[in-house]
Design a binder for this molecule. Structure first.
Ligand code: PMV
Length: 331
């Protein structure tokens, strides 16, 4: 019974991916850049077993819903095809952060699944190949294969759209205070959201200027220039949300608490605090700050009525294989 266990971390996009050029293989509309979030993790064990009539996917201690299970099996099919295997698998996956946290578990989930399944089937793939494979499960998973600060090249085709590390985690110990402001589930997931991006009249302008923002973000990170980083990160997040809001049908991920917190964050930065806001496809506000200002930002967030829950992310490591602590699942 070949099996393997992998741990992967989610990531926060500093320059966002929104919109696909090729749906079948998740070729993104533009390149993106993220920070892998240590402290938050998905642990996944994949065990291929003879005699199963289909894959079994347990998520957080219970059988996953039909659509998550189907998406997982579709991804395993890609890995089975590479390994020329026909075996079904028992997959056990757990996040150490709640689903309500508004932290994209698809990035860490598909990165851990890709690594564990490939390893269990004896495929010894280099990280670049793993990122190409993980990308097809969930675009942002391509970035969670790597640790630290990670670029995902938009690429021209399947092979050239991969991620790589720009800097290791210790390059700049930024802190992401993840502020949950609304626990209601989001109406439209990113899978459907990406398909709507091209219906927005603003998407073309966003994509035309995406490479410039990515270059600006790289400069800011290279020089550890927080002000410069803050400006481009907020601009890029706002441009993505402007596209979301102007697509057909429109998507409004922000909650009243998101907007109120964004205004506070702008005022805090004006008063000299290193802090900026970025939001993925949800209402949760990721508040980036420096180690110098993290305690102050934490206190300000804990004192804010909008904030329901607070999690801390720091630049974290790459996806990796670990010894399985779980007993073999019952057959
Ligand atoms: O990987 P997906 O399909 O969950 O898309 C992620 C989309 C954003 O989180 C909104 C942006 C990003 O680059 O991570």
């Amino acid at each position: 019974m070949p099996s393997a266990t992998a741990i992967a971390h989610p990531n926060i996009a500093l320059i966002k991916y929104w919109g696909v050029r090729d749906r079948a293989i998740n070729l993104p509309a533009s390149g993106s850049l993220s920070m892998t979030l240590g402290g938050l993790e998905t642990r996944t064990t994949v065990r291929f077993q003879d005699g199963l009539s289909g894959d079994i996917f347990e998520l957080g201690g219970r059988l996953a819903d039909k659509s998550s299970a189907a998406r997982t099996s579709t991804h395993l099919d890609r890995i089975r095809a590479l390994a020329e295997s026909q075996s079904f698998a028992h997959i056990v996956s757990d996040n150490n952060f709640p689903a309500s946290a508004g932290i994209a578990s698809s990035a860490s989930g598909f990165a851990a699944l890709t690594l564990a399944a490939a390893s269990a089937l004896g495929l010894d793939l280099p990280p670049k190949e793993l990122s190409v494979l993980a990308r097809k499960g969930s675009g942002s998973a391509a970035r969670s294969i790597f640790g630290g600060f990670v670029i995902w090249h938009n690429g021209a085709d399947d092979e050239s759209s991969f991620s790589e590390q720009l800097w290791p985690p210790e390059h700049w110990p930024l802190v992401d205070w993840i502020a949950v402001v609304d626990r209601s589930p989001k109406v439209t997931g990113s899978l459907d959201g990406h398909r709507l991006a091209e219906t927005s009249p603003l998407q073309a302008a966003r994509i035309a200027s995406a490479a410039d923002r990515l270059a600006e973000c790289r400069h800011a990170l290279a020089e550890r220039d927080f002000q410069r980083l803050a400006e481009v990160v907020e601009l890029d997040s706002n441009m993505m949300h402007a596209v979301m809001m102007t697509s057909t049908p429109p998507l409004l991920y922000w909650a009243p608490g998101s907007i109120s917190l964004m205004k506070k964050i702008a005022a805090w930065r004006n008063s000299g605090i290193d802090v900026c806001a970025t939001l993925d496809a949800g209402s949760t506000v990721h508040c980036l700050t420096t180690t110098e200002h993290e305690t102050q930002v934490e206190a300000l967030l804990r004192g804010s009525d909008e904030v329901r829950e607070l999690y801390r992310g720091i630049p974290g490591p790459a996806a990796r294989l670990v010894a399985s602590a779980d007993p073999a699942p019952a057959e």
